[in-house]
Design a protein around this ligand. Structure first.
Ligand code: ATP
Length: 208
């Protein structure tokens, strides 16, 4: 697949374009233009044009994009053909909520299991996802070829969990624990701070 870098905002709109395009009768809509997509979805034409340009280059003058090719391309960029497994460490309230959330699938991500130090939490969730004892972490990650992990343990345990994840070959970590983590070069770390996101919204609201 051709490697491209897509802005986060564009990535956020791709599932909307995909759903729209998949709803079309391809035999009657062999080609589709950014103008038509923008109008149908009530979005700005300039924005749609930029988004589509980022994933599939410029459309053909007057004709736009071949609908089937555009669908295929958005599929690829969203990673739907290349499902990546992820695990969660810390099956508390947040960990469980993420484990049950289906929206990751839109982006080719599959959270397959959660791990917890508290072995009484082990079992199968209603949605059929496994919660496993932390002792099985390394073996599971290697066996299942997991490359992404989500940390939802308390801050006090986050660095030691992070070190274990790096030690068993995890390449990307999404950290919800409210603390800074150290990872070696080559491991991607994305820090999430839910309180900060809401605080930012509140501040923006107060300033508006
Ligand atoms: P709950 O009250 O259901 O445990 P919580 O989200 O309030 O949820 P936290 O104290 O934030 O609980 O802990 C989140 C989860 O992380 C808990 O399930 C806890 O057992 C687990 N946990 C704590 N330390 C570790 C660790 N070192 N490794 C794995 N899991 C851990």
């Amino acid at each position: 697949m051709k490697q491209i870098s897509v802005m986060r905002s564009t990535l956020g709109r791709l599932p909307i374009y995909l759903e729209f395009l998949q709803g079309l009768d391809i035999s009657e809509n062999e080609n589709i233009s950014a103008t038509v997509i923008a109008k149908s979805l009530g979005l700005g034409e300039v924005q749609v044009r930029k988004d589509l340009n980022a994933v599939s280059g410029a459309g053909r003058p007057k004709l736009g994009y071949r609908t089937d090719e555009l669908i295929k391309r958005i599929y690829e960029v969203l990673g739907r053909n290349d499902i990546k497994k992820a695990v969660i460490i810390g099956a508390g309230k947040l960990g469980n909520a993420l484990l049950e959330y289906n929206g990751f699938r839109d982006y080719g991500l599959l959270i397959t299991a959660a791990f917890d130090i508290d072995e009484s939490k082990a079992g199968i969730t209603e949605a059929g996802k496994e919660i496993l004892p932390l002792t099985q972490l390394e073996e599971y990650v290697l066996r299942e070829g997991v490359r992404i992990a989500v940390i939802t343990v308390p801050a006090s345990s986050a660095q030691s969990i992070c070190d274990r994840l790096v030690g068993c070959g995890i390449e990307a970590i999404w950290n919800f624990a409210p603390c800074a983590l150290c990872v070696p070069e080559g491991v991607l770390l994305q820090q999430e701070n839910l309180a900060l996101s809401l605080a930012h919204l509140k501040l923006t609201m107060n300033n508006g």
